[in-house]
Design a protein around this ligand. Structure first.
Ligand code: ATP
Length: 338
């Protein structure tokens, strides 16, 4: 099987962390004999300056015909880029794992959870209006179909983990929209007898994420709540530079770090490439599972294990984790294990 992968280098620290990812990717595909074509597809602030569009038509054509997309962080135009790709390819499930790592100081211990965020509905449909001067409204879309398919993703993850799904919502205020989301996912429980399901209001869930994160296994939630919760989840495990995310649809998937373009540290060779490297490993594992390709799966796992090994050596921590290791040094350490 030959895979086509679109790579978006992005802005700020994007080219540095994507550069690290491509070095590692190229090493493992050779080692595990994975046939993979990499197509660089400009998108983001730089692309906007050059082509007048955050996702130029030529990039969009390549992206649409790719098996998967590896996306670096994008600056000001991040919203345009991700919404176009997520909605255009119907990547309805945004998966954000958060966990502790050995030797990495973290705000909280006992974090091992996955946030399953609905990715195509809610206020992200961007239907805002000024109905009269000084009066604005935003529409919020929640559908039974959308809630059901994201609910199934959450139960499937839970089956492989600690078998618990927590539905996060605010149905006491948004009775129709969040009510539909919550009830639809609760009804699915009948098909997953081994999975326990409970629910929590978003305000209380935010508090619990800091107070007792061990309470959560799989959190399933709507687009906006998921956006906010997952940044916090990444932060309590040490650094936003560690957290990968997957945007997964029926046929295609895009993998991107949770962090943004971080212009404050761009070009200094100090960005932590961990999140981007985890994305790369995850992408190969996803391809491996989807196309029943054991080599791709093994190649993905080898990246994940190498990154975990490097992270566990205290002498290889980047600045965001209190160390002095440069982006390129971290990458070399990962490569040396592959
Ligand atoms: P956005 O507005 O798109 O969320 P941002 O660049 O303002 O992006 P974040 O990515 O959320 O902000 O990151 C906040 C800060 O965390 C950055 O300014 C940077 O100092 C730090 N940071 C983010 N990613 C990394 C990374 N990979 N390595 C090291 N530090 C990082």
């Amino acid at each position: 099987m030959k895979y086509k992968i679109s790579v978006i280098e992005g802005d700020g620290i994007g080219p540095e962390v994507v550069g690290s990812a491509l070095k590692v990717l190229s090493r493992v595909i050779t080692k595990y004999n994975v046939d993979l074509e990499i197509v660089k597809t400009p998108a983001g602030d730089d692309a906007f300056k050059k082509f007048g569009e955050a996702v130029p038509e030529s990039s969009w054509k390549e992206i649409k015909s790719s098996h998967a997309i590896l996306k670096g962080p994008v600056g000001e135009t991040a919203g345009e880029v991700v919404v176009k790709i997520r909605r255009g390819l119907d990547l309805f499930a945004n998966i954000r794992p958060a966990r502790n790592y050995p030797n990495v100081d973290s705000l909280k211990k006992n974090v091992d959870l996955i946030i399953v965020r609905e990715n195509t509905e809610d206020v992200y449909i961007r239907a805002e209006n000024e109905i009269s001067e000084g009066v604005t409204v935003a529409l919020r879309l929640i559908t039974k179909k959308g809630s059901e398919r994201i609910g199934r993703v959450a139960y499937e993850f839970a089956k492989q983990r600690r078998k618990k799904v927590t539905i996060v919502h605010k149905a006491n205020v948004l009775t129709l929209t969040d009510g539909l989301f919550k009830n639809t996912i609760k009804e699915l429980k009948a098909s997953y007898p081994e999975v326990e399901v409970d629910e929590e209001y978003i305000d209380s869930a935010v508090m619990d994420l800091v107070r007792r994160p061990e309470r959560f296994d799989v959190i399933v939630t709507t687009n906006l709540y998921g956006d906010i919760l997952s940044d916090l989840a990444a932060y309590i495990t040490g650094s936003i530079g560690l957290a990968p995310s997957g945007n997964i649809g029926e046929d295609k998937a895009m993998f991107e770090p949770v962090h943004g373009a971080a212009f404050d540290i761009a070009g200094k060779n100090i960005a932590n490439p961990t999140a981007m490297l985890f994305c790369t490993g995850w992408m190969l594992q996803w391809l491996g599972e989807k196309y029943k390709d054991e080599n791709a799966r093994k190649a993905g796992i080898s990246i994940e294990n190498a990154v975990l090994t490097v992270l566990s050596k205290k002498d290889y921590l980047t600045e965001d984790l209190g160390g002095h290791t440069k982006t390129t040094e971290f990458t070399e350490a990962v490569l040396s294990l592959l």
